[in-house]
Design a protein around this ligand. Structure first.
Ligand SMILES: *Cc1c(COP(=O)(O)O)cnc(C)c1O
Length: 475
């Protein structure tokens, strides 16, 4: 399996090259040359087994069967300590679980990993995958990651203690929740560097971009990323769509609602569908940062004047980086067209989606934006008034509310993705429901652990110096 760029002007590369590179040299994102057919793979095994087959199909000649099996075992079975002990005892062979909240109505819980967000599902695989690739090549890496909260914690849990990777996490100072922050600062690992940037999330992301754009620096630091454009994350996340769709199918397809920011999780659902999973519509649920729902409604993909701080901070994202991947599909894989549209976007902050592409998007997706008031109301309603007393995190609540605002109602079975554990946002949950969710046993001591964090100004040069002094990959 080879990987091509969405902007059509980079040579095809192998799976591992695509994963280690992140962005393609022409500025595009890597996508597979073709979609492997994997109908009903979920029939044949437990979660790690399905993950193994999906990885094998997408890795192609990059990984042999034995290594695919080893890596997925490491990610999803091996370190039982990284998963909630109570939860494992209940569903020993499952990584994600379906909660029944009404007739034909399900929540797919993806937050049982070590940092309590769905990002663990992919990151737990990326950790061993990076180590494998680096050992093969006898290389070291500086992994850099800008986070609005959850990516950082999941990356820390995946990379802490790695012999070959150092992790540099940039978070906006004062803008992540205490629980989120602790997952980044209290790992106790020498190779993890948590950095408070005096700026907002966009500033953190801009620094990361500047560092990658500095060819000399990024080469000397052996810089790599684990953000949601990383192809391995998309592959790993497509697994739970296969598993859930297979579990609930009959008589027809299963519809999904996906709380979304960068369009990563939603694109993973599309990938599973392209591989043959029985998936109908994928509905995008955004908060007030609604570029995706506006794009689907109006046909214009346009950056808003400003970003909004909401109750679902992991989705406070202005520009949905993975949208480029679906646009590539929607325009019939015409890389030159994607480049033209994104050049327009860089210049003027927006572009009109060509009519046939818009029709393609509307065929596979629907979308709705949900306000903070609606989010809060929904959390209260799901906890207090029926629905099996479901306690949802604010991101999940955005998804639960979105169904009432879609263009066309979705038939059962309907699965809403639960992307974070409610205990990750205790203040918001308590205000909306009256209950303060406790941390699960595996991380109950989070606030007793020792913190390590450095503060740096909103200045790419300062971050470069910081990394140069600490990275084991520096040459
Ligand atoms: C990252 C995140 C999202 C958004 O996921 P994307 O793949 O960026 O769309 C939603 N909810 C939570 C809790 C997250 O951490």
């Amino acid at each position: 399996m080879r990987y091509v760029s969405t902007r059509g002007a980079a040579p095809p590369v192998s799976f591992l090259d695509a994963v280690l590179a992140g962005l393609a040299p022409d500025g595009g994102l890597y996508v597979p040359e073709s979609w492997p057919a994997l109908p009903d793979i979920a029939a044949t095994g437990h979660y790690a087994g399905v993950a193994m087959q999906v990885l094998k199909a997408f890795a192609g000649e990059s990984l042999d069967d034995a290594n695919c099996a080893k890596l997925t075992t490491q990610a999803y079975i091996d370190p039982p300590s990284s998963m909630d002990a109570d939860w494992r005892a209940k569903w020993p062979e499952t990584v994600t679980s379906l909660a029944h909240i009404g007739p034909g109505d399900w929540v797919l819980e993806l937050f049982h990993g070590p940092s309590l967000s769905f990002k663990d599902v992919a990151m737990q695989l990326i950790g061993p995958l990076f180590d494998y690739a680096l050992t093969q090549r006898n290389e070291k890496l500086s992994v850099i990651c800008a986070t609005s909260g959850d990516t950082g914690g999941a990356a820390v849990e995946a990379i802490k203690g790695s012999a070959r990777s150092d992790l540099f996490v940039l978070m906006p100072k004062g803008r992540v929740s205490d629980v989120q922050k602790r997952f980044m600062t209290a790992s106790g690992a020498e190779n993890v560097h948590a950095i408070d940037i005096e700026g907002d999330f966009d500033a953190c992301q801009a620094i990361v971009k500047t560092l990658f754009a500095d060819r000399d620096f990024s080469k000397r630091a052996r810089l790599s990323g684990v953000n949601s454009i990383n192809w391995a994350r998309i592959v790993a996340q497509s697994v739970y769509f296969h598993v859930a769709a297979y579990t609930l199918r009959a008589p027809g397809a299963v519809n999904f609602i996906v709380p979304t920011g960068n369009f990563g999780d939603a694109f993973s659902g599309f990938v599973a569908k392209m591989c043959g999973a029985p998936i109908g519509k994928i509905a995008l649920a955004t908060n007030a940062n609604d570029i995706l729902s506006r794009a689907l409604k109006t046909g214009r993909y346009e950056r808003a004047a400003q970003s909004h701080a909401t109750l679902s901070p992991a989705m406070d994202i202005q520009v949905a980086s993975n949208f480029e991947r679906i646009l590539f599909e929607a325009v019939g894989r015409d890389g030159a067209m994607v480049k033209r549209l994104y050049d327009q976007f860089a210049q003027s902050g927006g572009f009109d989606i060509p009519a046939p592409a818009l029709a393609f998007l509307r065929e596979h997706f629907d979308a709705a934006a949900v306000s903070d008031e609606e989010t809060q109301e929904t959390m209260g309603a799901y906890w207090n008034d029926g629905h099996f007393g479901y306690l949802a995190c604010p991101h999940t609540a955005v998804g639960l509310h979105a169904r009432s605002k879609l263009e066309a109602p979705l038939d059962a079975p309907l699965v809403t993705l639960a992307t974070a554990h409610p205990a990750k946002f205790p203040d918001t949950v308590e205000e909306a429901t009256g209950v303060r969710p406790p941390l699960p046993a595996k991380c109950a001591d989070l606030f007793e652990r020792k913190e390590k964090v450095d503060v740096l100004p909103n200045d790419a040069e300062a971050v470069k110096r910081y990394i140069a002094e600490r990275s084991r990959a520096w040459a």
